[in-house]
Design a protein around this ligand. Structure first.
Ligand SMILES: [Zn+2]
Length: 55
């Protein structure tokens, strides 16, 4: 039974706020995100698209 740990949840639980902002602590290997963080990431990506929201 393999338990996948959400990358963002892992950082929140194991790193301090300052460490989370440090690129040295970013783990590119962790790609799994829980549904909550996945939705949040999609939301951020959708909003940061320049030119897309120009009506
Ligand atoms: Zn998460």
């Amino acid at each position: 039974m393999n338990t996948l740990v959400c990358g963002d949840c892992w950082r929140e639980q194991n790193l301090t706020f300052a460490q989370r902002l440090d690129p040295a602590f970013i783990r590119p290997g962790i790609r799994y995100l829980c549904p909550e963080h996945l939705a949040r990431r999609d939301e951020l990506l959708g909003r940061t698209g320049f030119g897309k929201t120009a009506a």
